[in-house]
Ligand binder design. Structure first.
Ligand code: NDP
Length: 305
């Protein structure tokens, strides 16, 4: 283990967050310089301080959701990280919940509140609603008073989405999703679609939108969306598409602090409950990746060192 340099601390990891993006890094869909570690997110306790670190102390619990100086590498028992990317955990947020929640809930905060700016009464569609991001998103949207239509691949997953606050649920294999959405919304369509599935759902998502609605295409679980003909946006109702990534919504320390404060508020108030659907020993990270990619997981998955 290196000792922490100025502005760095050593963290003993308590839990590591598994994210779908880890599979993109592993497969090369999102290229990383090799050789590389893996993992963006973990929570734990500070065990050593580098020079000049005065905002944190040994024993403080922190979490992070980005790369370190060494790039990816949250899949580790302990790690040296720059203080700048750390978030101190409130006393009422256990470390395993933080690892299960930080990146996913921050994503939801950025997408729902700052990207799509969903308002009470808006109709929204959430794909993969029983996944890690999905279950948090449905609860968040419910808390702010949106009308939620959720999709997932099995009845059991739809049940989870319903329990999280979805008002209507539709199997993703239904061949008539846009028709069902139009019926539910009395012919209008939804004002926003949150789509982390990508390739398989892009076209159908556009068909679910109200005129001038917004498709938030934020992930590629089924593969990347490619070869889009812009003219399609006019045909579908002068609709908008954005392909956001969290980094641009958490670009400044102030933006990040405000977003994370909102995340802790939603979790602390009980409006958003974090479901840890599965826990794997860190040594079984490969099995966790296989299960996530095979759609076998629900809610958040964590790895324990
Ligand atoms: P999930 O737990 O949501 O797992 C992915 C889910 O996608 C699966 O459970 C499955 O649900 C659905 N899915 C649909 N088609 C496929 C397929 N072909 N292969 C695998 N899964 C499929 O993962 P996360 O919560 O970690 O991430 C959700 C999405 O959010 C991902 O696309 C991720 O990249 C994105 N993301 C984007 C961020 C950003 O900044 N833009 C930040 C964080 C996450 P079902 O069986 O119900 O279809």
């Amino acid at each position: 283990m290196p000792t922490p340099s100025a502005g760095e601390v050593t963290i003993e990891h308590s839990a590591i967050g598994l994210n779908f993006i880890d599979t993109y890094h592993r497969t090369g869909l999102y290229p990383v310089p090799l050789p590389s570690g893996l993992g963006l997110e973990a929570a734990g306790t500070i065990t050593a301080l580098g020079e000049g670190v005065d905002t944190l102390q040994i024993g403080d619990r922190v979490a992070y959701m980005g790369p370190g100086k060494d790039g990816l590498g949250a899949y580790a028992t302990r790690r040296v990280m720059p203080v700048a990317g750390l978030f101190k955990l409130p006393d009422d947020v256990p470390s395993d919940i933080a690892a299960a929640a930080l990146l996913k809930a921050a994503t939801v905060e950025g997408l729902v509140e700052r990207c799509a700016k969903v308002q009470a009464g808006d109709w929204v569609l959430v794909h993969a609603a029983a996944g890690g991001v999905g279950l948090i998103m449905v609860q968040w949207l419910s808390a702010i008073g949106a009308n939620i239509i959720a999709t997932a691949s099995t009845d059991a997953k739809l049940e989870l989405a319903k329990n999280a606050g979805a008002h209507h649920t539709i199997l993703s294999s239904a061949g008539d999703l846009p028709e069902q959405v139009k019926t539910i919304t009395k012919g209008t369509g939804v004002s926003a679609v949150f789509d982390g599935v990508g390739k398989d759902t892009f076209a159908v998502s556009l068909d679910c939108l109200a005129p001038r609605g917004l498709l938030v295409s934020f992930g590629n679980a089924s593969g990347p969306v490619e070869g889009v003909n812009l003219g399609i946006l006019a045909q579908k109702g002068s609709v908008f598409v954005t392909r956001p990534t969290l980094g641009h919504y958490y670009a400044t320390p102030e933006d990040a602090a405000a977003g994370i404060a909102r995340v802790w508020e939603m979790i602390g108030s009980g409006k958003v409950k974090i479901t840890i659907g599965a826990t794997y020993p860190l040594t079984d990270a490969a099995a966790a990746h296989r299960d996530l990619a095979a759609r076998k997981t629900t809610g958040s998955t964590i790895l324990l060192p």
